[in-house]
Ligand binder design. Structure first.
Ligand SMILES: *Cc1c(COP(=O)(O)O)cnc(C)c1O
Length: 381
């Protein structure tokens, strides 16, 4: 447990549920990645947590930004960023939004289909474009495959067409899947990418940039590779596939930049049993799937959950298996039923719990008022 956050929670005792995020950890994460991949430019994936405090800090540290909407672009500009440091990385954009981004000065756009390429060509003449290719998403705990990207053959065809449409065929992107704990996955994607670079060069188009995506993991219940291990694996893969002609590279970390910087404190609203065979206790919290913990869908992301001050509060009961659920009136609002979660037998209604590494993909996933519950409170310290 992060000491700065623990102190804040003890001293301030903010209303729950709330996220408390330590900005020093974000700075450490940024520095570690910059050091592990010194040649790559970092484009923070804003969707992971768009809080102004985070955007301002990262802008000060020299980060660029990957945005998915005009609203995110505006937030990044409001934090002081230069439009030249923004990538409009969503492959699904309205043409009117592309035009708005272009007017705001954004000149780098993603696409993965002819329909999207045509929209960019119409609304952002002269812009640089990169084509996203499909990856398997294998090994990722929160895969993104299939919805985004196209086959390498199609990417080749589209990038060849781009120049004729008045935009600059600039590069190739991929995303190996979020919470990707296998750094070897970049090896496969880069093999495909390098082949694409060669195929296009043979046709007279020289690509300049590889967008290595996000996917760097945050530590939840399982161990993860170090930032250096990711950097090493990626650099080796670049060397293997591009030899001494490594192109410009960018990375788009979201989760790994902010995940471990945040803790959600929550209160136990009810502890109940159902009778019958299964005697596990149901522990209902004041935060659930609609309060920000959407990534518990299919129990994909398994957060570490701790009792507050377990020792001082003197829990003496033995840890027993529980089912964890949120407070809303939707039966989908169960957090963990299959995964093995244990809490002390003497945990009581009104006690507080801490859900660790919840700085990414929580605040913006919280509903604006399902069942009247307000969005997740946020404290940046
Ligand atoms: C979500 C997203 C990211 C960030 O992914 P993480 O796994 O959180 O690092 C990066 N790039 C694109 C295009 C994304 O959609």
């Amino acid at each position: 447990m992060n000491q700065k956050i623990a102190r804040f929670l003890t001293e301030q005792r903010p209303a729950t549920p709330c996220l408390v995020l330590d900005l020093d950890v974000v700075e450490k994460n940024y520095d570690a990645l910059a050091q592990a991949l010194p040649e790559a430019r970092i484009y923070y994936a804003v969707k992971a947590n768009p809080a102004p405090h985070i955007l301002k800090l990262l802008n000060r540290l020299g980060s660029s930004f990957d945005c998915a909407s005009v609203q995110e672009i505006n937030m990044v500009l409001a934090a002081g960023a230069n439009p030249a440091d923004i990538s409009y990385g969503n492959t699904i954009k309205k043409q009117s939004d592309i035009a708005r981004a272009y007017r705001l000065g954004v000149r780098l756009y993603a696409f993965d289909s002819i329909g999207e390429l045509d929209k960019i060509a119409a609304a952002a003449p002269g812009a640089r474009v990169f084509c996203r290719i499909l990856t398997s998403g294998e090994g990722a705990e929160w895969p993104l495959s299939l919805k985004f990207g196209c086959s390498p053959e199609m990417a080749k065809d589209l990038l060849l067409q781009a120049a004729g449409k008045g935009v600059v065929p600039f590069g190739v992107s991929f995303h190996v899947g979020s919470q990707q704990r296998d750094p070897g996955q970049w090896h496969h994607a880069l093999a495909t990418t390098a082949q694409l670079f060669r195929d296009l060069e043979a046709e007279g188009v020289e690509l300049k940039m590889v967008n290595l995506g996000g996917g760097f993991a945050t530590r939840y219940r399982n161990d993860i590779p170090s930032t250096e291990a990711y950097g090493h694996a990626i650099f080796e893969a670049l060397r293997t596939h591009f030899g001494n002609r490594i192109p410009e590279t960018i990375v788009e970390p979201g989760r790994s930049m902010v995940g471990n910087a945040g803790v959600i404190e929550t209160e136990v609203v009810l502890i109940a049993q159902k009778g019958g065979e299964d005697d596990r206790r149901w522990v209902y919290l004041d935060v659930g799937k609609f309060g920000g913990l959407a990534e518990t869908m299919d129990e994909a992301i398994q957060y570490t959950i701790e009792c507050v001050d377990a020792n001082n509060q003197g829990y003496t009961g033995k840890p027993e298996r529980v089912i964890l659920a949120g407070p809303s009136c939707d039966s989908a609002d169960v957090l963990y039923e299959k995964a093995d979660y244990r809490l002390p037998a003497d945990l009581e209604i009104g006690d507080r719990l801490r859900i660790l590494a919840t700085g990414a993909y929580t605040t913006t996933y919280a509903s604006i008022g399902f069942n009247g519950f307000p969005p997740l409170e946020e404290h940046y310290i």
